[in-house]
Design a protein around this ligand. Structure first.
Ligand SMILES: Cc1cc2nc3c(=O)[nH]c(=O)nc-3n(C[C@H](O)[C@H](O)[C@H](O)COP(=O)(O)OP(=O)(O)OC[C@H]3O[C@@H](n4cnc5c(N)ncnc54)[C@H](O)[C@@H]3O)c2cc1C
Length: 407
């Protein structure tokens, strides 16, 4: 067994696994080191929605959504493994005039960008979901998004990456990185030391913690989200349901519930989210979260009052301080790449992982990802100070300390 690779990816969620696939497919000798099971972080804990309507409306994000959806249509065939992909409806329930106005404008921009989105008044909403309790809602925004099984999605990428020669090591947490000058020269696990020309940190909410092993502060934060799944049931539910005030509800409060639900292929409901602001990275659940989500679910969909909960979980979910993803080379280190904090991750992954693999190998890629570059968080006054004990050239934008995760 060799310990030398072209690229080492740290983190085996959907972002790391899909990038490993594209690197290996290009012929790069690729090693992926993952702390727990493949996909076992936020990726396996998510609802499996290929979201289209809730993210940023800038040209790059809209392109990722439209191209990502197109790529998802044929991805099972490309990867050689089915992951229960299908298109489904999405309803964002609206309970205030300002949200109605905001979503009306949003729906126009999305539609013009090739993501058809329409506004439904209360009568049309009742028609779309006859068993939904529409009291208190003016109506909803409706779009066509996608749904898949997130476990199988990760597994499909893992199998395809292995087929192309990538070495994937689950249950192998990285414990340290050795830096010489501006380069990461070795990645260490408890049992071994690996070397590569390039190293990519793709650790979701854990990205800040892992980047600090290379002496770099990365402005990734997280919230702790809880969710649960019910027993399968026969239910006339055609759409994924969310509340349009999700971000308003969870913003600036220590704990909040904003209920949303979708149905998997067997008829089980995946119900999200109870959100806690916490510096701790953990996987625990709490009674208030499950009770809060269950109460709001039954208010919205009274027919679910007797349904049984099969399993609940909690997991951190990453975000950056300006809510844009963090993708690119880290300032102060010549061979250290980072990718984390995508907002509509499943939709973006099929396309952005292909582009990231190209970037890591120094190829020209078909899009400019510089709006996502970590350089935007560099200190603006005087010199940029991104790596401990090391000063790089002056660049602009925010103070690094604005976005530091304190996990
Ligand atoms: C309840 C919930 C529902 C969601 N629903 C959706 C949805 O429907 N659609 C959507 O697009 N997004 C959704 N998300 C967000 C989505 O889950 C994340 O954006 C996505 O999983 C991030 O993928 P990732 O690969 O970046 O991170 P992760 O999947 O978290 O992978 C990072 C991995 O890095 C590993 N790691 C950490 N430290 C180390 C180390 N030292 N060494 C090696 N490995 C390490 C971790 O074990 C982890 O598995 C949801 C999130 C939650 C919490």
């Amino acid at each position: 067994m060799t310990n030398r690779y072209d690229v080492i990816i740290i983190g085996g969620g959907m972002v790391g696994l899909s990038t490993a696939y594209h690197l290996a497919r290009r012929g790069a000798r690729t090693l992926l080191l993952q702390a727990d099971d493949l996909g076992g972080g936020s990726s396996a804990a998510c609802s499996g929605r290929a979201q289209v309507a809730e993210g940023r409306l800038n040209p790059l994000n809209l392109r990722l959504i439209t191209e990502g959806l197109t790529r998802l249509e044929t991805l099972e065939e490309e990867l050689g493994t089915a992951f229960e992909w299908r298109r489904t409806g999405f309803l964002a329930l609206i309970n205030s005039q300002h949200l109605w106005d905001e979503w009306t404008e949003r729906s126009q921009i999305l539609t013009a960008a090739g993501i058809p989105t329409e506004m439904l008044d209360q009568a049309a909403l009742r028609n779309a979901e006859p068993h939904l309790n529409t009291a208190g809602f003016m109506g909803a925004a409706h779009a066509r998004e996608g749904l898949l099984n997130p476990f199988l999605f990760c597994w499909a990428y893992a199998k395809a990456a292995r087929r192309h020669g990538a070495a994937l090591r689950p249950r192998t947490p990285v414990t340290g990185m050795r830096v010489e000058g501006r380069r990461v020269v070795a990645v260490e696990t408890g049992a071994a030391r690996y070397q590569a020309d390039r190293v990519a940190i793709m650790c979701g909410a854990w990205t800040g913690r892992v980047a600090r092993m290379a002496g770099v502060d990365v402005p990734i934060r997280h919230t702790h989200a809880e969710a649960f799944v019910t027993e399968p049931m026969a239910l006339p539910l055609d759409n994924t349901i969310e509340l349009a005030n999700f971000y308003e509800t969870i913003h600036g409060v220590e704990q909040a519930v904003s209920v949303g639900f979708s149905r998997d292929l067997r008829g089980a409901l995946v119900v999200t989210e109870a959100v806690t602001q916490t510096a701790e990275l953990h996987r625990k659940t709490a009674a208030w979260g499950l009770a809060g989500m269950a109460a709001d679910l039954v208010k919205l969909y009274p027919a679910l009052a007797g349904v049984r909960v099969v399993r609940a979980w909690g997991i951190p979910t990453p975000f950056s301080s300006d809510d844009e993803p963090l993708v690119g080379w880290l300032p102060g280190r010549d061979n250290l790449f980072v990718a984390a904090a995508f907002l509509e991750t499943i939709t973006a992954v099929p396309v952005v992982s292909d582009w990231m693999a190209g970037m890591i190998l120094g190829e020209a890629i078909p899009a400019d990802l510089s709006p996502f570059s970590p350089i935007r968080f560099s200190r603006c006054s005087g010199n940029v100070l991104c790596c401990r004990g090391e000063v790089t050239s002056p660049l602009q934008h925010k103070s690094l300390s604005d976005g530091l995760s304190n996990d």
